[in-house]
Design a protein around this ligand. Structure first.
Ligand code: COA
Length: 183
């Protein structure tokens, strides 16, 4: 796949708040290819629950569509939400870029934008990401955005499916990342 050289301008994308008409976008993210590191496609009912959850985060996070500014196409989804990590409530982030838009630096640019949103939201000082250890592109996004690898652990997601995930942390207050975690 052709990739944008790292010296090139960041791809022109902006974040648009996830809205009530965005279920079709969520459906496009529910393919076997897009969910290969996330336990596979979700059942329709679960997807509708997810849509509802994204619409009603009410201060406990925000979801966005990633839209190309030149062609106004929806290229992916990115967001942040509250999660319990080592007994603390933290911000967790996650992202997806549709296959036809991948390999252009869109996930990196969109995640940088969402870091700004999480920072502006206040509330929690650290943003975490937990990509599967085998998810090469997603771990690369963490590294390129400036997250620090602070550990790894076995996560149950979805219920009944355990996989090895990396813990990446990014301090939103300008200081050093919080305590490393193992196991
Ligand atoms: C992860 C994902 C969002 C990346 O989107 P993208 O827009 O293609 O990512 P970017 O182009 O911004 O950057 C990807 C980086 O990963 C690197 N990369 C790609 N495949 C890689 C691999 N197998 N191993 C290591 N790095 C890899 C690329 O080289 C690129 O870095 P570069 O710009 O220095 O070349 C996309 O693959 C996706 O949506 N996957 C399915 C959903 C998913 O797994 N989401 C993450 C859940 S935690």
């Amino acid at each position: 796949m052709e990739r944008t050289p790292s010296t090139a301008q960041p791809p022109p994308v902006r974040l648009v708040p996830y809205g009530k008409d965005d279920l079709p976008q969520l459906v496009r993210h529910n393919s076997p290819e897009m969910t290969a590191h996330l336990g596979g496609p979700e059942a329709e009912e679960k997807l509708r629950d997810r849509h509802h959850r994204y619409l009603h985060l009410n201060g406990t996070g925000r979801m966005f569509k990633i839209v190309t500014t030149d062609t106004e196409e929806p290229a992916g989804l990115v967001g942040f939400w509250e999660a319990i990590h080592s007994g603390h409530t933290v911000w967790e982030t996650g992202w997806g870029v549709l296959p036809e838009f991948q390999g252009r630096g869109i996930a990196v640019t969109a995640t940088r934008l969402v870091v700004g949103e999480a920072r502006a939201a206040g509330r929690h000082p650290t943003l975490y990401a937990f990509p599967a250890a085998t998810n090469g592109p997603s771990n690369a996004v963490c590294r390129k955005v400036g997250f620090t690898l602070v550990g790894a652990g076995d996560f149950e997601y979805p219920k009944g499916r355990w996989s090895r995930c990396n813990d990446w942390a990014l301090d939103l207050t300008g200081g050093a990342p919080r305590q490393p975690r193992t196991g």
